[in-house]
Design a binder for this molecule. Sequence first.
Ligand SMILES: [Zn+2]
Length: 90
Amino acid sequence: MRSVFVSLSPARGWDGDDIVELDGDRANVAIVVGAKATGIIELLDLVPAPPPDATKCSKCSGTRWAVIHPGIAQEFPCAACGARGWTKPA
Ligand SMILES: [Zn+2]
């Protein structure tokens, strides 16, 4: 199982919280949020690459960020693709 430990400084997470261990989509979200918060876009290389049969996420258009309601500028990590930017065929 792939796990991500969210930390920017010893014993602290992105928001100053205690370090937590995440896996799966929650790990992807932590990576995407961390990349945006720090500007370290290389973190996005840790998000799993799409398999050959993957398609760009229709909710976020592959950006990994989605708006809850059109017209509201606030973005959230895309729940439709688990912040990967791609989805697998059903
Ligand atoms: Zn998406």
